[in-house]
Design a protein around this ligand. Structure first.
Ligand code: SAM
Length: 353
């Protein structure tokens, strides 16, 4: 690859740990040369292998409630979606999911749900304590939305290690286009700061191609990631969901998502970066392409099969086959075929004490 080309130069600079200027990053984002995007991916893969080898970590995703008090315009389980069959797993069912997952080799459980007032601090902390007692060698990740400092602290003290809270967009005006007025950009960002200060391994992230998103917004997202230094970053294409204000909008691009995974890998070499379900939904081989591009985490679905169809964040969300926890053998083979290896380690952020 000739190095006198400005985009190639940007990729080389990124690979050496330099954060390029805005113009250079925008040119890289806009570049549609297959050859240069392939080069970007190769550099990202080299960097990932330096820290993580060919390992891909698995997290068992338990979608523990689809009740939500919020009305995010993009989300298929928003409060206003009247066609959704609501469910809430019991603590016993959740513990059974963890037990099943443990037997399948999972050492991280991710509890994700809508913002469900039933799961107040006492109930959620008791659940975390029970999981911690049953599985002392496992990581517990929560993804239960915006809560107070006290709440996050209580859940951390109960035994939660990690928290996923996508920032959704680093641009305040864009945030307001995606959410109703009662949700604030400032509060979301403040929650992320609190989680970090408390000591969680923190994940943020954004949808690619959400309505109104521009390339400049994506640039802001990248700058935010560099500044915030999250331990985990979840990105996936926006996919329209029936019954939401955005149901007729265009879906985000799987190709751009894959490219962003490579750019993010170069910007944050040690991050835990999932090849998300949304990427696998947008493109049949999306998750495998994501891994080749620099992702090193996959989150198969551990929820009881009977409720999976109801956690429908967007249309046609995949939840069976290699996407499901039971499909782990199939997933292992697919990942091996492209030169990587599924491992059962907890997969903490490399520098965490
Ligand atoms: N309630 C928690 C929160 O707000 O962080 C966790 C659950 S929320 C449903 C998880 C993520 O799903 C969101 O952060 C959002 O990025 C993603 N999501 C929701 N609707 C989506 C859609 N239509 N397309 C792609 N991703 C979507």
């Amino acid at each position: 690859m000739p190095t006198n080309n400005p985009v190639t130069h940007t990729i080389d600079a990124l690979a050496k740990g330099t954060v390029p200027e805005d113009d250079a990053l925008l040119a890289l984002l806009a570049c549609d040369s297959l050859e240069k995007n392939q080069y970007l991916q190769e550099r990202a893969d080299i960097l990932r292998r330096q820290t993580f080898g060919n390992h891909v970590y698995i997290r068992g995703l338990i979608e523990f409630t689809n009740y939500c008090k919020n009305d995010c315009y993009y989300c298929g389980i928003r409060k206003g979606c009247k066609s959704v069959t609501r469910y809430r797993l019991t603590p016993e069912e959740i513990l059974q999911c963890c037990k099943n997952g443990y037997e399948l080799g999972f050492r991280t459980f991710v509890l994700q749900g809508g913002e469900d007032p039933y799961w107040n601090d006492d109930r959620l902390a008791s659940l975390v304590e029970a999981i911690r007692a049953a599985h002392p060698d496992c990581a517990i990740t929560l993804s239960a939305g915006e809560r107070s400092w006290e709440s996050y602290q209580k859940l951390f003290d109960a035994g939660a290690d990690r928290y996923l809270l996508r920032h959704e967009t680093a641009d305040k005006a864009h945030y307001q286009k995606l959410h109703p007025q009662d949700l604030s950009f400032e509060n979301r960002m403040e929650c992320l700061q609190h989680l970090k200060q408390i000591g969680y391994q923190v994940g943020c992230g954004f949808m690619v191609g959400s309505p109104g998103q521009t390339i400049e917004h994506i640039l802001k997202d990248l700058r935010f990631l560099v500044e915030f230094q999250p331990h985990m970053i979840g990105i996936g294409p926006f996919i329209p969901a029936a019954g939401t204000p955005f149901e007729k909008e265009y879906a985000g691009s799987a190709d751009l998502t894959v490219k962003l995974l490579s750019i993010i890998r170069l910007l944050l070499p040690k991050a835990l970066l999932p090849a998300t379900t949304a990427l696998g939904t947008a493109s049949e081989d999306g998750r495998l392409r994501g891994i080749c591009a620099g992702a090193n985490v996959i989150m198969p679905n551990l929820s009881p099969a009977s409720v999976r169809k109801n956690y429908r964040l967007y249309d046609n969300k995949i939840a069976t086959g290699a996407e499901s926890a039971e499909g782990i053998l199939q997933l292992k083979k697919q990942v091996e075929r492209i030169g990587y290896e599924i491992v059962t380690a907890r997969g903490d952020y490399p520098d965490i004490k």
